[in-house]
Design a protein around this ligand. Structure first.
Ligand code: NAD
Length: 488
């Protein structure tokens, strides 16, 4: 059985702890590897290595720093299929979804390659006679990211390339459920010939996270995960004087107006709900129809019933398993609760037969219709392949429903009316808006803009926000007296 190591100071290092956790294939529950449960000792060594590497790295010109990123981009492209297979094996999503995930990771590396321009400051000549003032951006020091299980290849790349391009050193703490993907990525990072300690990886769970949050040498924390832990990380890291960006959970609504194009809308809605088995922070969870709903409801049902659930590397499979048996039980319990609350179980995906994969954590597409507003199902992040169908009479009611929720990661509208679209994008209280789009995932040059309980902090991941997050501004007011200098 493969036992994973940490990557610290440019080399693979065995964990100092003796506790290891199983990394399971969620389609078979076969153990793929063992990951260290980590702990304080491992993390402190990584922080010290990153801290030691910082002075020389910050003094390396940005143009030289990005040469490593150009090389990383090429290596990631060459290894994309291999890494995608690993994502499918440990995370469950389909091979196509895993490949798409790696594409998003690579795009963030490309974006960070533009850092010499993105880092440029501002200059004002003669703010008073003979006095100039300028602002420059400088790195913070050691930064760290704590990642969730659902995008093991992409999410660290919302932060890592920007952090190091800006002159910081970095530590990745992958999810203990899916550490193999970053293991593959770090095999590529190992080939970059970066100075030791610039990029490090430590495994583990709570104790590793707490050490990163408390250690004075760590200056900034980027977290992505559930809202409860995001809130905890935000508070604790701030208490220890750090910058924090903490992205949390979601409960994303899609509103379908009666003038939406029927066939494409139904297809996109089903893809949004069931892609990655609903384990996407931008998965639609509530589908809200406005006005006459029978044609769209019937079409969605037809497309949902025909989706094939199975092992993500198998031909023709549209949806893989959920991550753990505990997740499966939690989702089953929520479906049951929906029925108890009064929703109609139009499609029951519990315990599907997936031949050859009887031990897998499979739930087939499920639909709960007429989910009561104000109940638990309408407000809880299910994070599984369950659609809540809700029928309302007006766009105003639908927007009110969107805005009444605790989360604000994404809200989408399907319509052929420009004025309805404008009303929605102006009034919907969410950070990522889709108009006739089912997964409004921002490209690398835009911030991943969650709101409300989906985000704690000021600056989001990706793009210019990441550049601001990973730098501190320094303002210089400067005057030179001719009489002191001119000796010629
Ligand atoms: P999680 O919160 O359980 O874990 C995230 C990370 O936190 C992991 O690295 C884990 O080791 C660590 N962690 C877990 N418990 C901890 C504790 N008590 N103290 C300190 N650290 C702890 O999340 P998950 O189940 O891995 O991921 C799914 C969640 O992530 C969903 O809620 C999803 O919506 C959210 N998510 C959000 C976004 C976004 O951009 N907003 C993106 C992806 C996933």
């Amino acid at each position: 059985m493969q036992r994973l190591n940490n990557y610290i100071n440019g080399t693979w290092v065995k964990s100092q702890g003796s506790d290891y956790l199983n990394v399971d294939n969620p389609a078979t529950m076969e153990v793929l590897a063992e990951v260290p449960n980590g702990g304080k000792e491992d993390v402190v060594v990584a922080i010290e290595a990153a801290s030691k590497a910082f002075p020389a790295w910050r003094n390396t010109p940005a143009h030289q720093r990005i040469q490593y990123l150009f090389k990383l981009k090429m290596l990631l492209e060459e290894a994309r299929e291999d890494i995608a297979k690993t994502i499918t094996l440990e995370c469950g999503k389909t091979y196509g979804e895993s490949q798409g995930e790696m594409q998003r990771a690579i795009e963030n590396v490309e974006m960070a390659c533009g850092i010499p321009a993105l880092l440029q400051g501002q200059f004002s000549e003669d703010i008073a006679k003979g006095i100039d003032e300028f602002m420059i951006r400088q790195p913070l020091g050691v930064c760290a990211c704590i990642a969730p299980f659902n995008f093991p290849g992409m999410i660290p790349f919302w932060f890592l390339p920007y952090a190091i391009a800006c002159g910081n050193t970095f530590i990745v703490k992958p999810s203990e459920k899916v550490p193999l993907t970053m293991q593959k990525v770090f095999e590529l990072i190992d080939q970059l010939d970066l100075p030791n300690g610039v990029i490090n990886m430590v495994h583990g769970a709570k104790e590793s996270v707490d050490t990163l949050l408390e250690h004075p040498e760590v200056k900034a924390i980027s977290f992505v995960g559930s809202t409860a832990i995001a809130r905890y990380v935000y508070a604790k890291a701030a208490q220890h004087g750090k910058r924090v960006q903490a992205q949390g959970g979601a409960k994303n609504p899609i509103i379908v107006l009666p003038d939406a194009e029927l066939d494409t809308t139904a297809q996109i809605v089903a893809d949004s709900v069931y892609g990655c088995a609903g384990q996407r922070c931008l998965a639609a969870s509530m589908v809200v129809t406005v006005g006459e709903h029978r044609p769209i409801t019937e079409k969605i049902l037809e497309l949902t019933e025909s989706r094939v659930t199975g092992f993500g590397l198998a031909e023709g499979v549209a949806m893989g398993p959920v991550i753990t048996p505990e997740s499966k039980d939690r989702i089953h319990a929520l479906i049951e609760e929906g029925v108890t609350e009064g929703a109609k179980l139009v499609l029951d995906g519990r315990n599907p037969k997936v031949s050859g994969y009887e031990k897998g954590n499979f739930i087939a597409p499920t639909i709960l219709e007429d989910v009561p507003l104000g109940g638990k199902i309408a407000s809880t992040e299910i994070f599984g392949p369950v659609m809540s169908l809700i029928h309302l009479d007006s766009i105003e009611e639908a927007i009110e429903l969107v805005n009444s929720g605790n989360y604000g990661n994404m809200a989408c509208l399907f319509t052929s009316s420009g004025s309805a679209a404008r009303q929605f994008r102006h009034d919907a209280w969410a950070g990522n808006i889709g108009i006739n789009i089912g997964v409004a995932a921002p490209m690398a040059e835009f911030p991943f803009s969650g709101w409300k309980d989906s985000f704690f902090g000021d600056l989001h991941g990706q793009g210019r926000h990441a550049v601001e997050f990973f730098t501190q501004t320094k303002v210089v007011v400067e005057r030179w007296f001719k009489t002191w200098e001119r000796k010629f």
